[in-house]
Design a protein around this ligand. Structure first.
Ligand code: HPA
Length: 273
């Protein structure tokens, strides 16, 4: 229980500090994954706060992750965006990885748009595709393990229809206007930092996964716990490898492919705020 009081105090302290920089309520929170940080160029009236200045925020060490919290307007709507996230593989606890989502909730965020780079498992996917997340399978520790933060949500959150149907439909409609076809699928979350072996890619496919990555699900679970409306999107930056293939997965290539997809994703996120 003491731990919970501490955690609530930390969330409050971070939110209070941020409230001194930003006087309005950001209705929508955005988390920008690997290589997708340039989406912040579309945010106007920016207030940029480096993670290092926010109480209890960690720093982003991952490739393609900048480490700023940005308040501003996207298509005229108030947002707060994480330019870079914290991953479990960086050695942070699940509480640290998901801390920013809880702070967003305390700031009044009601809707979370999450993005990531992911490996395609579904054989109909190509590098550069955008996939709307319809559901997930998690092989990561659950961030809600431990005493429940009653002030934030229930002990046993429901996990059906986590990814908003309405937001998914809006994203498809916007993509159609742009002349882009979006894929849809189940995101498999694992800890990383290793990419998958060919046998693991195959196993995830057999289990019903369409793409695999090392993030997103912890933040989504905590956002669900706080009662947020959620939308998730993956850029397919590489495809599942077979044992016989010569080429290998590479972090820099993942970031480059994601960077190219960022403009389309920005247009879709604008339609969702
Ligand atoms: N596996 C896990 N995480 C990833 C991948 C992948 O193939 N590509 C980008 N992030």
């Amino acid at each position: 229980m003491d731990n919970n009081i501490n955690l609530m105090n930390k969330i409050r302290e971070a939110a209070e500090m941020l409230g001194r920089h930003c006087t309005y309520t950001p209705e929508t929170g955005i988390i920008l994954g690997s290589g997708l940080g340039k989406m912040v160029d579309a945010i106007e009236n920016q207030i940029v706060i480096p993670y290092g200045e926010i109480p209890y925020f960690r720093t982003s060490t991952a490739v393609g992750h900048k480490g700023n919290l940005i308040f501003g307007t996207l298509d005229g709507k108030n947002v707060v965006a994480m330019q870079g996230r914290f991953h479990y593989y960086e050695g942070y606890t699940m509480q640290e990885v998901t801390f920013p989502v809880r702070v967003m909730s305390m700031l009044g965020v009601k809707r979370l748009l999450v993005s990531n780079a992911a490996g395609g498992i579904n054989t109909t996917f190509s590098v550069g595709d955008l996939m709307i997340i319809t559901d997930h399978i998690s092989f990561m520790p659950n961030p809600l393990i431990g005493p429940n933060l009653e002030q934030m949500g229930t002990r046993f959150p429901d996990m059906t229809n986590v990814y908003s149907r309405i937001l998914r439909k809006t994203a498809h409609d916007k993509a159609a206007q742009l002349g882009v076809t979006l894929k849809e699928g189940v995101y498999v979350a694992e800890t990383g930092p290793t990419y998958e072996t060919p046998a693991e890619y195959k196993m995830y496919g057999l289990l019903g996964g369409d793409a695999v990555g090392m993030s997103t699900v912890p933040e989504v679970i905590v956002a669900r716990h706080c009662g947020m409306e959620i939308f998730g999107m993956s850029v397919i930056t590489n495809c599942a490898k077979d044992l016989g293939e010569e080429c290998q997965n590479d972090g820099d290539e993942v970031v480059q492919v994601a960077d190219k997809a960022a403009d389309t994703m920005t247009e879709i996120f604008k339609a969702l705020v």
